[in-house]
Design a binder for this molecule. Structure first.
Ligand SMILES: [Zn+2]
Length: 238
């Protein structure tokens, strides 16, 4: 082995770093698209809930209006029957029934007013939410066009980098390559240079110091070692 074999593997590892970065950017784009979708979804849910509230208030109001009509009818009938009242006891009974009906009517009228108010409030909320939903939809549409463009250019770049990587892999020593691929499954980046500090060498991945014999071996510049701590492949950069 000589250093040019290591250099080829270094080139390959750099291509992997670029691919890793592209994949990360693609994931970020995907996440920002999902956030937009969620915003739109949330706005639509608010519209739906407000519409439902309005519907409920309207239904309650209609029922209250029916009860009101019935109570008014009953009161009217009692007023008519008060003309041919027989005795004081019957008059008292009728009077208390009429008072109860008047109370009921007044309560129903209050209820109807407050239900009308609730209906109006729900309608306002619905309108606001519809506006927000439309804005969210529009910004999601605008952003998704940009996201799609960025995604397309990243995908094209990814394809190029993959092709580059493929030709770099063909140049690599088979043993080096298989070692590299094995480590890459567990650690990324899989290949790191060692750093030099206070007369000692350290793994550029985890920072663990190399043993004296490892240092001696790696300094020859033509070998790859596994870090004893993180198992990454380390090489010595002259
Ligand atoms: Zn290490």
């Amino acid at each position: 082995m000589n250093f040019s074999d290591i250099q080829k593997l270094v080139d390959l590892a750099e291509a992997d770093l670029r691919l890793f970065d592209i994949d990360k950017q693609l994931r970020d784009l995907d996440a920002s698209f999902k956030t937009l979708e969620e915003k739109e979804q949330k706005a639509a849910e608010i519209v739906f809930a407000a519409a439902k509230e309005k519907e409920n208030a309207a239904l309650k109001r209609k029922n209250a209006e029916i009860s009101l009509a019935q109570a008014e009818e009953s009161l009217k009938k009692r007023k008519e029957s008060s003309q041919n009242i027989k005795n004081a006891q019957a008059a008292q009974k009728l009077e208390s029934e009429m008072a109860a009906l008047s109370d009921e009517i007044s309560n129903l009228e209050t209820e109807i007013l407050s239900l009308m108010e609730a209906e109006k409030e729900a309608e306002d909320r619905k309108k606001n939410a519809e506006k927000e939903a439309a804005e969210a939809r529009k910004s999601a549409r605008d952003a998704s066009v940009k996201i799609k463009e960025k995604e397309d250019s990243l995908s094209a770049l990814k394809k190029q980098e993959e092709e580059k990587r493929e030709s770099l892999a063909k140049l690599c020593d088979v043993d080096f390559l298989s070692k590299y691929e094995a480590v890459k499954k567990k650690k990324f980046p899989a290949l790191v240079s060692c750093s030099f500090r206070e007369g000692k060498l350290f793994c550029g991945g985890c920072g663990m110091s190399l043993t004296a014999s490892q240092s001696e071996e790696i300094k020859k510049g033509n070998s790859l070692l596994n870090c004893m701590n993180c198992f990454r492949l380390i090489y010595f950069k002259k």
